[in-house]
Design a protein around this ligand. Structure first.
Ligand code: AG3
Length: 275
């Protein structure tokens, strides 16, 4: 048998992975949730046929969406993760000893269920006593919780379907208000190759709401183009001003103190997008 799964990353580009078996497949009110076993990347979570994460390369995205922000803050205590039902971001947040509580707000309980069942190495943090798991709408949650979180992480799907609202200026205003005085937020903001309209628009929106916006990148082989972007809006601290010598050693495989500095140095074609 020759089974393959294909994601159409753009109208004219696809990624294909050989599949050994399907472990989970369920239509929910929001999307189709699927976990398959691939030969190249191990187990893979897909939502509506779009690759969210794989056991082999998840560390890049989850470390980078978490540690650049948390190591920019001084003693962050409360963290909110919106989306991210696979738990990978929560697992990384929990590596920070100062964090007392991390709240995950995922809209689709089946993403959590599938990940708990079939992606234990990613979802393990969800069982930690410091983790709170809510099945709810993240947009509403930030509206209802003012001045609460030191860091907010928007670990969303692509800006289509249920996630559209998570890329809008209205939402970023509510995120600003849900943060504590010196807080910051980081969102995944897609591919600098293929999302050349989205990245400048989001960056400009965040810059108009926060005193400071920063973009950084990382290499995720299963995402379109392989190079991925993250955007930070910060109320006080600048990730570029962090003394990297003061970053504690952290059991990470992509992020390091040197990468903290390096990831914020933008390739000229990416810098063009946000100048
Ligand atoms: N969030 C999905 C990032 C977007 C991937 N896009 C794509 N493959 N077309 C990842 C969730 C991991 N916690």
């Amino acid at each position: 048998m020759d089974l393959w799964i294909t994601e159409y990353q753009t109208k004219n580009l696809s990624i294909g992975c050989r599949v050994v078996r399907t472990l989970y497949r369920e239509k929910t009110p929001y999307q189709e949730v699927m976990v398959v076993e691939t030969l190249q990347f191990g187990r893979m979570l897909l939502l509506d046929g779009i690759i969210q994460t794989t056991v082999e390369d998840e560390f890049v995205y989850h470390e980078m969406i978490t540690h650049v922000g948390l190591n920019t803050l001084k003693n962050p205590r409360r963290v909110l993760v919106i989306g991210g039902g696979d738990g990978g971001t929560v697992r990384e947040v929990l590596k920070h000893k100062s964090v007392e509580k991390v709240t995950l707000v995922e809209i689709d309980d089946k993403v959590i269920e599938a990940s708990r069942q079939f992606l234990p190495e990613i979802s393990c943090g969800l069982n930690d006593p410091r983790a709170e798991v809510l099945v709810a709408d993240g947009i509403k949650h930030v509206k209802d919780n003012k001045n609460t979180y030191d860091m907010i992480i928007v670990d969303s799907t692509d800006p289509i379907g249920p996630a559209v609202g998570l890329f809008g200026a209205e939402f970023y205003k509510d995120v600003y208000d849900a943060l504590t005085e010196n807080g910051l937020f980081v969102a995944q903001t897609e591919s600098p190759f293929f999302n050349r309209d989205l990245i400048p628009r989001v960056f400009a929106d965040i810059k108009s709401i926060f005193p400071m916006a920063r973009l950084f990148t990382a290499n995720v082989p299963t995402y379109p183009g392989g190079l991925w972007s993250f955007t930070m809006g910060t109320r006080k601290y600048d990730p570029l001003e962090v003394d990297i010598k003061s970053i504690p050693a952290m059991n990470t495989r992509y992020y390091s103190p040197e990468i903290h500095g390096a990831c914020l140095v933008l390739q000229p074609f990416v810098r063009e997008l946000v100048k």
